[in-house]
Design a protein around this ligand. Structure first.
Ligand SMILES: *Cc1c(COP(=O)(O)O)cnc(C)c1O
Length: 398
């Protein structure tokens, strides 16, 4: 069997699948007029930061998530920094190495020592059994990540934290709209921290949300985001300026109305990709429990070079030739990055699944405005590349 001209992948001399380069992400944001409807009066009043719209945004989020306190901050990173600081932690914090580096930064900024736990081979979220294995007398907290919006094993982590008297914090940057056993992410642990940056589902331009049921912690975060000062001009804690500006809160509040539609579309796209790609040899997918809701902030596949006929980096290059941009979320894992290598202890940390997943992961374009036709073309291109490889890699070898 030979491939017709239209079936030859671009990297091998065929035509590109798309005429124009396709951006990896295009944020879906509300019409500016809708944002200005909220923002204009506040602007004209001269209240530009941490004022009435921020307060409204916080209440709307607390109600939606079903949590007592939501505190708006300048970013998820500053939110995580403040949470770890406000919990008065010392010693070691256990976190996955398979995450975005901001998760680790929050730990190191607080002079805490990151300890790397492995991920579950199927869900790609932190493996609670490995977390428990790593606990010592120096451990003060677990910092888990809902990877791409796939909820962690919350019950198992909650039990471990209670049993060992540890704080439990979730980096929920990807998980606004996720549900664990039907309950909104944001309700769990000592605190969960969301990101509202442009690549996330709920967008405020820049911003973060700390969600917690702990009134003392909420009070400290409110002080902490405002230099540590709650108005007495005598800070009791060493804070930051991590306030949210009013415009971002107006954007976030307006965008809140779009979130359910986005969630639905991201889930549709993910299902379509999995359906179209499931017959391609050498690809595998993230498992999600039926009881949970995933946001699919990102959609990634694992590429097995032996079966697919190409490794992940070669597939990324072949897709670039088709005008399809991809990302490697998240490669390299933390323990292989310059800032974190010194914390890696190969005798203590067992990161087999982290290495396997991060070494094979490829994230495909996913956003609400991505058309069915485009995702079908992307899947078609991957399928064609696999077919071409199955016919040519073997010929070369003979
Ligand atoms: C995006 C992201 C962050 C950082 O969020 P910012 O709001 O940009 O600070 C933290 N953790 C993870 C897992 C992320 O993907």
């Amino acid at each position: 069997m030979s491939l017709s001209n239209g079936q030859i992948p671009a990297f091998a001399g065929g035509n590109s699948t798309l005429d124009q380069p396709l951006r990896f992400i295009t944020p879906t944001i509300p019409p500016l007029e809708h944002v200005l409807n909220i923002y204009r009066a506040v602007y004209e009043n001269g209240a530009l930061t941490n004022s009435a719209i921020v307060a409204r945004f916080e209440s709307a989020l607390a109600e939606r998530i079903g949590v007592r306190h939501c505190i708006a901050v300048s970013s998820c990173t500053s939110g995580l920094m403040l949470v770890l600081r406000s919990l008065g932690l010392a010693g070691e914090v256990i976190l996955p190495s398979f995450t975005f580096f901001a998760t680790g930064h929050a730990v190191v900024w607080n002079s805490l020592t990151p300890v790397f736990a492995d991920i579950d081979r199927k869900s790609w979220t932190v493996d609670p059994a490995d977390v428990e294995r790593l606990i010592t007398s120096r451990t003060s907290a677990i910092l888990a990540v809902h990877m791409y919006g796939n909820p962690c094993n919350v019950n198992f982590l909650t039990d471990i934290a209670a049993k060992h008297n540890l704080k439990l914090i979730f980096d929920s940057a990807h998980a606004f709209g996720s549900r664990y056993d039907g309950h909104p992410i944001g309700q769990f642990g000592d605190a969960e921290v969301f990101s509202l940056s442009p690549t996330k589902l709920l967008v405020a331009g820049e911003g973060g949300i700390v969600a917690t049921n702990d009134a003392t912690l909420a009070h400290r975060i409110r002080a902490g985001r405002n230099y540590g000062d709650l108005g007495a001009y005598d800070p009791q804690v060493l804070g930051l300026n991590a306030r949210m500006v009013e415009f971002n809160a107006a954007l976030g509040l307006t965008g809140l109305a779009l979130v359910d539609r986005k969630l639905k579309r991201h889930n549709q796209i993910a299902r379509a990709y999995t359906k179209l790609l499931s017959h391609v040899p050498g690809l595998s997918f993230q498992s999600v429990r039926d009881e949970d809701t995933h946001t699919y902030k990102d959609y990634s596949v694992l590429v097995d070079p032996a079966t697919f006929g190409m490794n992940r980096d070669e597939l990324a290059a072949a897709l670039r030739a088709e005008n399809i941009e991809t990302k490697k979320y998240f490669y390299p894992p933390l323990h292989k990055q310059a800032l974190y290598r010194a914390y890696y202890d190969p005798y203590r940390h067992k990161l087999e699944s982290t290495e396997a997943v991060s070494g094979a992961v490829l994230s495909l374009p996913i956003y609400a405005s991505l058309a069915d036709e485009t995702l079908e073309k992307i899947s078609g291109a991957i399928s064609r590349i696999a077919t071409y490889q199955s016919q040519h890699v073997h010929c070369d070898a003979i």
